[in-house]
Design a protein around this ligand. Structure first.
Ligand SMILES: Cc1cc2nc3c(=O)[nH]c(=O)nc-3n(C[C@H](O)[C@H](O)[C@H](O)COP(=O)(O)OP(=O)(O)OC[C@H]3O[C@@H](n4cnc5c(N)ncnc54)[C@H](O)[C@@H]3O)c2cc1C
Length: 464
């Protein structure tokens, strides 16, 4: 069976090389190793990789591979956190790296039309030069692709005010498992023709089709922003300040929280750039017109002082705002620099449960014996709970870590939360898939998958 599959893969690689050119097909073992993983722990080398340049070429790949019943796993930049682009049962990796063109930025329609391999940060810079704004801002934006963002429905700090990637996808071109090219949605900012097929493909983690082009919604670029960095005695005090801010009618663009372990790691990692004193930290951004931004930032600062902030730094020019965000974006790196293995869980709870989640993480830390670092998008209830485990493969440690994760996910689900707010299920969260959704909901996933990909060739070995 395995030998037949290898023969089929070799024949497919030859055929695709003939049809798409030598450059399009990679069979070199060292490169295939690189293409077998993402930023999570799983890895599997594909039989070969193919890098098409057009939608028609993707369709050709799908025709050849489906005829030979070869699995195909789409890969954007490989910056995922859940093993989503890992070819779990081998087969073919289809990379979108060579489809990285911005086809159009239209100031009249407020849309951008892009190929899937465009890097998110590059799109943001390109539209900004035209006075336009593409808000979704995953922390990985300098590396990850728009196709990957769409397939995972990526979020980021600015989701609080602006929403997730789904809110910016107006139209999609998708290549199905049988090679058919389907266009859904369009370039209008409203569209209620038929089912919401755009919504079906957004967040589908490469299991239903391959995004070959996207039409994205743009906004006018807000001319001003201000960032507040505030210290608090502890996470409870910081969470209470967030509640007070919402109660007073403020809707900042972003509200990010960080706990003591995260702050300590960041202070050690970047000693020159200290955070305000205290065991908890809030980073708050407001944006809009200059006068209103300045007035709002002043009012929020007053409110934070009333909520007993230990210190507040207010940045109103672009350079100082960027400096404060740079510190926030280094949290992941700082935690990794501790030498511990970071089990990063992007759980999300209903907003009202934020304090409960923080308390639960503190108790879980005591019970499990592992430090737990919490930081993230507090305004959305989407906190990255990082269980920091010793970096070795000892079975006892692994079992203890799994059991801590089981406890975390069970609690989050019991509160009406979700096991993933933005990274996706991939391979990392498969263990909790049955717990996360009802039997009927999982059966519906199977029905949709069966209808679009009856041979189950797209990204097999994952949660559906
Ligand atoms: C340091 C760091 C910080 C991060 N911060 C955030 C954050 O703030 N918010 C957030 O949401 N995520 C974050 N992530 C996770 C990750 O960056 C996102 O999931 C991102 O969307 C992945 O994009 P990618 O191009 O790297 O996709 P990949 O990792 O290559 O693929 C991800 C999934 O998308 C599928 N896919 C990729 N392209 C296509 C396509 N064209 N058509 C169909 N399916 C496709 C793959 O099969 C896979 O299932 C972070 C990751 C890192 C390493």
């Amino acid at each position: 069976m395995e030998r037949t599959k290898t023969r089929a893969a070799a024949a497919a690689a030859r055929e695709l090389r003939r049809k798409l050119g030598d450059q399009a097909v990679v069979t070199d073992a060292a490169r295939l190793v690189e293409l077998g993983g993402d930023k999570w722990f799983a890895h599997r080398q594909p039989d070969f990789a193919v890098f098409p340049r057009t939608s028609a070429e993707i369709a050709e790949v799908m025709r050849v591979t489906s005829e030979k019943r070869l699995p195909v796993t789409t890969r954007g930049s490989g910056y995922g956190y859940v093993g989503g682009c890992v070819p779990a049962i081998g087969g073919v990796v289809l990379g979108t790296q060579r489809m990285n063109g911005i086809k159009e930025i239209n100031r009249a329609d407020f849309v951008a039309v892009v190929e899937p391999g465009v890097i998110t940060g590059e799109l943001q810079s390109a539209v900004r030069r035209k006075g336009l704004f593409y808000p979704p801002d995953p922390a990985s934006l300098q590396h990850c692709s728009i196709g990957g963002n769409i397939a995972t429905n990526a979020g980021g700090p600015r989701c609080l005010k602006y929403g997730v990637t789904r809110n910016y996808v107006l139209g999609l071109e998708v290549v199905l498992a049988n090679g058919a090219i389907v266009k859904c949605g369009g370039r209008t900012h409203k569209n209620k023709t038929g089912f919401d097929l755009v919504g079906l493909f957004v967040g589908s983690e490469g299991l239903l089709g391959i995004v070959s082009e996207a039409t994205l919604r743009l906004l006018p670029f807000p001319p001003a922003r201000a960032v507040l960095s505030a210290g608090f005695r502890d996470m409870r005090a910081a969470s209470k300040a967030i509640r007070a801010m919402f109660a007073a009618g403020f809707l900042p663009a972003a509200v990010e929280i960080a706990d003591r372990f995260t702050l300590e790691a960041a202070r050690q990692f970047r000693p020159g750039n200290s955070f305000p004193p205290g065991d908890a930290h809030l980073l708050i951004e407001v944006d809009g017109q200059r006068e209103s931004v300045h007035a709002e930032a002043r009012s929020i600062a007053r409110l934070l002082r009333a909520e007993k902030a230990t210190a507040i730094e207010r940045a109103t020019d672009e350079r100082s705002c960027a400096r404060l965000w740079k510190l926030r974006r280094a949290f992941s790196e700082s935690l990794r620099a501790t030498g511990l293995k970071k089990l990063n869980e992007d759980v999300v709870v209903p907003r009202g449960r934020l304090v409960d989640l923080v308390d639960f993480a503190r108790d879980l830390q005591a019970r499990s014996g592992f430090p737990i670092a919490c930081f993230g998008h507090a305004g959305d209830g989407n906190i990255h709970v990082n269980i920091m485990v010793p970096n070795d493969d000892e079975p006892e440690i692994q079992a203890r870590a799994e059991s801590a994760l089981d406890e975390l996910f069970a609690k989050v689900i019991a509160w009406g939360g979700a096991i993933t707010g933005e990274h996706g299920v991939g391979l990392a969260k498969m263990r909790w898939w049955d717990l996360a959704l009802s039997k009927e909901n999982r059966a519906l996933h199977q029905t949709v998958k069966g209808a679009l990909d009856p041979q189950r060739l797209l990204n097999p070995g994952k949660f559906v």
